[in-house]
Design a protein around this ligand. Structure first.
Ligand code: ADP
Length: 433
């Protein structure tokens, strides 16, 4: 891309609340996934396509050369090291680049190539000779918007005349000649209707990324609908989401009636390849000793140790380090970028043991995790057993069909937390000693 406006600096983050239970928002999780997915996430699932007229022809492609991409874009694709389209791209790209333009909804889990697909569409549709915004992309947060801009910059490296601007907080708005605008719904609305510096009547491609997060964050879906209403009728609309449950479907269909929907189902969480053990300990000290005994056998692969609270995670990390064990720690106290860097070091094998709160109980793929330890069992905010978090935690071991082991150590509420421990033959008891 040509000289770009520098992305605006982030305003100071609000102070983190002193929450004991560390949950992350979907937006943070998505950003973390984007930062750590440096290559495609392979999927065993088939792509499903739903469309109003099942007889209308659909094309799928096996190579990028089959697409009507200008040579600068193909150069960008090669430079990224993309040899062939991902599963979702095989089906979605021909539709996204077709004439007449088609509206599309695409759903697939993080890391399957959605961003790269719509970035190619934006760079392909943008006409560099026209000095006004033609493609508008909305993302739920400032950080996610900047992340998309980064992908535009890299894939569009050879499209030197196409420029990008960001409609995000902190960016001083002025009438902009850039062909691609990436923004959050609130600031974009502001630019369009208050400051009147963004003319929506000439937008020919509208991309709504992370629709499920837009719905999760109050107000964003309504703001997106307001922006959509001001677009020309002929504008192509592409909507992306990692999930496609009822609220997303309803939102998507308000924006795109009778859409073509391309879906790649999420890999299912299977526990059959994970052996689960539990250790009933009498005290926290005994729980710690049990963990140290286990630690000496963690030689193969990598281990994640989950704690319910940041305080417990800090205490455990301190105690293990004092006792000469090398451990890394991941809590919500770190910024998303710091967390992604810890996860990256862990993924690269530079760290073998990662102590974490629920910040990465789900959604984070580290294929080499063979062992998960629950240092205390997960409970919800009411102190009740949190089975879902338990499943997501232990699901970190044994991703992609690999064999995994889960150890559970607890000294409190054992029977209440594990009512099924006696009847579940997948769970075996070990002694704490
Ligand atoms: P999503 O938007 O679904 O989370 P991304 O487009 O960010 O997925 O892609 C995830 C990772 O895979 C990124 O590092 C991206 O550069 C890479 N990637 C995307 N498409 C391809 C492809 N066709 N071949 C190889 N890598 C790809």
């Amino acid at each position: 891309l040509g000289p770009l406006r520098a992305p605006p600096a982030a305003p100071a983050a609000p102070a983190a609340p002193e929450a004991e239970d560390e949950r992350v928002s979907l937006a943070e999780l998505s950003l973390m996934n984007k930062l750590i997915h440096t290559s495609l996430v392979e999927s065993q699932q088939h792509v499903e396509i739903l469309q109003r007229d099942p007889n209308s022809p659909l094309f799928s492609i096996k190579t990028f050369e089959e697409l009507p991409l200008k040579k600068e874009l193909l150069q960008g694709v090669y430079m990224m090291g993309f040899n062939r389209p991902s599963k979702i791209q095989e089906q979605a790209l021909p539709l996204m680049l077709a004439y007449p333009p088609q509206n599309l909804i695409a759903q697939s889990q993080s890391g399957t190539g959605k961003t790269a697909a719509f970035v190619l569409a934006m760079l392909s549709r943008a006409d560099a000779s026209k000095k006004y915004p033609q493609c508008l992309c909305l993302a739920p947060t400032y950080e996610l918007a900047l992340q998309i801009g980064q992908v535009v910059r890299t894939i569009g490296k050879f499209c030197t005349d196409i420029k990008v601007n960001y409609a995000v907080r902190g960016n001083r708005g002025e009438s902009s000649p850039e062909q691609i605008i990436i923004g959050t719904p609130g600031t974009t609305l502001d630019w369009c209707f208050k400051q009147r510096i963004l003319d929506l009547t000439k937008i020919s491609l509208f991309v709504l990324d992370e629709a499920d997060i837009m719905i999760d964050m109050q107000g964003l879906s309504c703001q997106s609908i307001r922006i959509h209403r001001a677009l020309p009728k002929s504008c192509q609309v592409l909507l992306f989401s990692a999930t496609y449950k009822e609220p997303v479907r309803a939102f998507a269909e308000r924006i795109i009636p009778d859409p073509i929907v391309i879906k790649l189902r999420e890999e299912e969480l299977t526990l059959s390849n994970i052996r689960q053990y539990f250790m009933v300990c009498q005290s926290m000290d005994e729980q710690y000793r049990a963990l140290c005994n286990l630690y000496s056998s963690f030689i193969i692969g990598q281990v994640m140790i989950f704690c319910q609270t940041r305080r417990l995670a800090d205490w455990l990390a301190g105690k293990m380090s004092q006792d000469g064990h090398q451990v890394a720690i991941l809590t919500a106290e770190l910024t998303v970028v710091q967390r992604a860097s810890v996860i990256q070091r862990f993924r690269e094998g530079k760290e073998k043991v990662l102590i974490a709160t629920n910040v990465c109980a789900r959604g984070i793929d580290v294929q080499q995790v063979t062992t998960v330890v629950n240092f205390g069992l997960p409970v919800d905010l009411d102190g009740e057993p949190d089975y879902e978090t338990y499943l997501h935690r232990i699901g970190r071991a044994g991703r992609f069909g690999h064999r995994g082991i889960a150890f559970n150590t607890s000294h409190t509420f054992w029977q209440r937390l594990f009512p099924w421990s006696r009847s579940n033959d997948q769970l075996e008891q070990l002694s704490c000693g």
